[in-house]
Design a protein around this ligand. Structure first.
Ligand code: GLU
Length: 419
């Protein structure tokens, strides 16, 4: 390991798609490691692929990180750094470590590319998670590092940037491990000190296949729209490859900064478990203040329910604790509201009177009699609490047959088939 003066990490997303869970996990681990060491984390937008990079994706990535509370000390865009890469490409060519090669480009055309002169050595590095990793660089040949002086390829631009930005630790997904020997060769050719590497385990679907859209939502936006809390997503993502080694499962960012341990990250694939995410989200919902819970619910409610809720503030405050108990994510509340499950709190239910008939009952007069009696009993109930209400109705219901009494009572109040 080299002599580390200052911890500097980076997250280097390419804006070729929406911000996804894998990038969030990489960013989070870089963030936690930098912050717990009093270091810095850098965001580098790797937008050199002009065809595939889109402003829309870049905005999505930036907004996503902001929403999650993952902040950066510095931000860079590779597209603005072409001159820097050119300078280093020229240096390597001058030093005889890279060369321009004229190559067949099909249809009789010839094209120039810049190739790295491979010293054909054995390369080994100690990965902070995987331990010693060895490669024979001869397998790589004289690989292409740029299409021209103005068009560096990924491996080259990354190394130049990591050197220039004085990155101390490269923490990234295991899918990049095969890039590492090329990058080490380039770094050595540039005469720069070795970086520390940590390759994070892949994130796998519950069936251990590579996680993809087929299994679960992978884009942060989808989770945001479904009403997951950013704190919960951060908490859950921290567990994709790491755990504190204690029983504690609910963490806020500051605790993660304190407890996270890069060297304890597992080597094996991290399984993405949506039930666990739901559970963690529910736990974070429990931690919300009443005010923020109410605001969040209102954000998710369908317009009609929202109107009723705002017009009947007292009732709305009363049912908020019930809603809180019942949802895992805010989308659940929206679904219940849409299904009309809460309408009876705000307006008299409308239904056909036959709906009041319990299974074998056919006489609405009986129903009427029961409901009258129930009203009478309720009027005598001193304290309007679950247990007291039940107490005052129970004997009568038991005598007359519970279904015959309780079904119409509940239906008359709610207008709903299910309670
Ligand atoms: N731009 C690369 C990506 O989107 C990451 C490069 C790196 O971390 O070295 O996967």
């Amino acid at each position: 390991m080299n002599n580390i003066k200052k911890i500097r990490t980076r997250i280097a997303p390419s804006p070729t798609g929406h911000l996804h869970i894998g990038t969030v996990r990489t960013a989070l681990f870089n963030y936690l490691f930098a912050k717990q060491n009093g270091g810095q984390i850098i965001l580098r937008i790797e937008d050199t692929d002009k065809k595939r990079s889109k402003q829309e994706y870049e905005n999505d990535i930036l907004e996503g990180f902001e929403w999650l509370g993952i902040g950066f000390d510095e931000k860079y865009w590779q597209s603005a750094r072409t001159k820097i890469y050119k300078k280093y490409l020229q240096k390597l060519i001058t030093d005889g470590k890279a060369y321009i090669s004229k190559e067949e480009a099909g249809e009789g055309k010839r094209e120039e590319v810049i190739r790295f002169k491979n010293p054909n050595t054995k390369i080994s590095f100690v990965d902070l998670i995987r331990g010693r990793v060895e490669f024979d660089s001869a397998d790589l040949g004289d690989f292409v590092i740029a299409k021209s002086l103005d068009e560096p390829l990924y491996n080259f631009a990354v190394v130049v940037d990591d050197c220039e930005m004085k990155i101390s630790h490269i923490i990234r997904g295991e899918d990049h491990i095969s890039n590492t020997p090329r990058q080490i060769l380039i770094q050595e050719a540039l005469g720069a000190p070795r970086f520390n590497y940590a390759h994070l385990p892949l994130i796998l679907a519950p069936d251990r296949s590579k996680m993809s859209k087929r299994h679960n939502a992978v884009s942060v936006n989808e989770y945001r729209k479904a009403g997951y809390l950013p704190e919960a997503l951060v908490n859950y993502t921290a567990f994709l490859g790491w755990n504190p080694g204690t029983e504690q499962e609910i963490f806020i960012m500051d605790e993660l900064v304190e407890k996270f341990n890069l060297s304890k990250v597992q080597k094996g694939g991290a399984i993405f478990n949506p039930e666990k995410l739901n559970w963690i989200n529910k736990e974070h919902i429990k931690l919300m203040t009443n005010e923020s819970f109410e605001a969040k619910i209102l954000e998710f409610l369908p317009v009609e329910t929202k109107k009723m809720a705002l017009a009947n503030d007292k009732m709305f405050s009363k049912i908020l604790p019930l809603i809180r108990e019942r949802i895992e994510k805010f989308e659940d509340a929206a679904k219940m509201a849409k299904a009309g499950d809460w309408d009876y709190y705000f307006k008299r239910p409308e239904y056909e009177k036959e709906k009041l008939l319990w299974k074998d009952e056919s006489d609405l007069n009986n129903v009427k009699k029961h409901l009258k009696k129930i009203i009478e009993l309720l009027e005598k109930t001193a304290v309007f609490e679950n247990e007291k209400i039940k107490e005052s109705l129970w004997d009568y219901a038991t005598e007359e047959g519970r279904g015959f009494v309780l079904w119409p009572t509940r239906f008359a109040l709610s207008g709903c088939d299910k309670s």
